[in-house]
Design a protein around this ligand. Structure first.
Ligand code: CO
Length: 498
């Protein structure tokens, strides 16, 4: 026997077949009152949860190479007086309508989907389909489906009918991009009004990064631009009262295999582990100089929060050791999680005086989809709510929700965990503050769509954020599944059109 043979095999926290079920298309569009509810919806919880994510994982039976290439489908769950109504609609983008009409894949996907016919069918085709699948935001009475490489698509918030691409009152040009990760500055309740802040990029030999700041009515108050050397692959950013903070991952794009039709744009990105990750600190007053810092190589999609300190900045981010990508011949549905880079929560502290950056791991547990109380964005804070894997240190699908106290001892952080394993796979938790409890940071509910692989059905789970250990306070079971989603939002406005 070799040493390897004697290693005890840990049973997995999930079945691969169950996990794969969440990657099946949902082609139907529904609307109904949810009548299968375990527990009780809190009477004070009132508003609409909007979710976005890839709904179609195939076009007429031809599978997409990567779920991130799937057409955006919006779900709206309206909650009022202890009842809940469900509705889902596809974002009727130009690409979605064209492919549904043709009954086949007409576009290459950013993450690896190719048109049928091999490289000859894909060579020199550099068009992108705006799939509007990453986030959905409600601001200034507008509901917008977001995808970071294109314009937002506007939808009717009550019916989810697609109204078309939105250039935001002429702010964005026809080919402009508007990130899928807006940040919402809660203001200070006195002098500074709340704002929505977002960004777009234009990439050539360098990257032109433009930050936009909007008032409560959706009017752009300010915009400021900077040139970033090289490829600026920015999915998200962090926001404090005085700074917009961007992490430039150490990646380069090799355009040759992409142009030749051999690989997608996403697969042509190469991670450079010997190069630093650059932290760009952009002053929101548009006047002070941009500051640049470096830390060791890591890849960041999402930031949990950031705040200003006497020395500089503290940023809590989810870092991967390197860029997680799928090769042209890999099948995402049978991916071996253990060979994939693990995502973990890190704290990055930036010192403005001596220009040092410290990066320390907060927790070894595999995590993604961080969320905080929206009133604490950009401020010193205590709690992160996020999806975590069921095992404590291995890479594995997200099956549990965790509340982590970032002020507790980093050697043994204080956490509460609610797990949906073995059958459940969780989505991003959205924090909804409880009315009239703004003095308590964790006074809120967590809303998360959970896919049950055994029943091939999804549910909206509501947890009390003050105590996850008491379990779900309500489970709203849908009549069908929802494919694994990405991001969404909650508004206290109740949208119903019946
Ligand atoms: Co994201």
């Amino acid at each position: 026997m070799t040493a390897l043979d004697t290693q005890p095999t840990q049973p997995k926290s999930y079945s691969l077949a169950h996990w794969q079920g969440g990657h099946k298309s949902l082609k139907e569009e529904y609307e109904y009152w949810i009548d299968d509810i375990d527990g009780t919806i809190p009477a004070e919880l009132s508003g609409t949860l909007f979710r976005n994510g890839p709904g179609l994982l195939d076009v007429n039976g031809d599978r997409l190479h990567h779920p991130f290439d799937g057409d955006g489908m919006i779900c709206a769950i309206s909650i009022t007086a202890g009842k809940a109504h469900f509705r889902n609609r596809y974002v009727k983008t130009a690409g979605y309508l064209a492919e549904q009409k043709a009954g086949k894949i007409l576009y290459r996907g950013v993450f690896g989907t190719q048109k049928p016919g091999g490289w000859l069918a894909n060579v020199f085709d550099l068009r992108f389909k705006n799939i509007a699948n990453t986030n959905v935001m409600y601001w200034g009475k507008k509901l917008l489906a977001l995808w970071e490489a294109g314009l937002p698509y506007r939808l009717n918030p009550a019916t989810l009918e697609t109204l078309g691409e939105d250039q935001l009152q002429g702010l964005l040009g026809k080919g402009a991009s508007f990130s899928a990760h807006p940040r919402f500055d809660p203001g200070d309740g006195v002098r500074r009004e709340p704002r929505m802040v977002n960004f777009g990029t234009a990439t050539g030999l360098s990257t032109r990064l433009t930050v936009y700041e909007f008032d409560l009515d959706g009017n752009c108050l300010e915009q400021y631009s900077h040139n970033i050397p090289g490829l600026g692959f920015f999915h998200d950013f962090a926001l404090t009262p005085n700074y917009a903070i961007f992490f430039q991952n150490p990646v380069v794009l090799n355009p040759v295999p992409f142009v030749l039709g051999l690989k997608s744009a996403g697969q042509s990105i190469q991670f450079k582990p010997d190069q630093p990750t650059t932290v760009w600190v952009i002053p929101r007053n548009g006047k002070d100089p941009v500051q640049q810092f470096e830390t060791d190589a890591c890849f960041v999609f999402h930031h949990a929060n950031a705040f200003e300190t006497t020395a500089g900045l503290t940023i809590d981010s989810i870092c991967y050791d390197h860029f997680p990508t799928l090769g042209p011949n890999d099948d995402y549905r049978s991916v071996d999680f253990e060979t994939f880079p693990i995502s973990q929560l890190w704290r990055i502290t930036v010192n403005f005086a001596d220009r040092s950056v410290r990066r320390t791991q907060v927790s070894p547990r595999c995590c993604e989809f961080p969320s905080v109380n929206p009133q604490y964005v950009g401020k010193p804070y205590q709690y992160i709510f996020m999806g975590v894997a069921a095992p404590k240190t291995e890479n594995s699908p997200l099956q549990a929700l965790q509340k982590l106290d970032v002020t507790s001892d980093p050697a043994d952080p204080s956490v509460q965990t609610w797990s949906a394993a073995p059958n459940g796979f969780i989505g991003e938790p959205v924090f909804v503050p409880k009315p009239n409890r703004s003095e308590t940071e964790d006074a809120g509910w967590l809303l998360s769509l959970v896919y049950d692989g055994a029943e091939h059905r999804s549910e909206l789970v509501i947890l009390d954020a003050e105590d996850l250990t008491q379990g779900a306070i309500a489970r709203l079971k849908l009549n069908h599944h929802i494919p694994y989603g990405l991001h969404g939002c909650f508004t206290p406005e109740v949208f119903l059109c019946e």
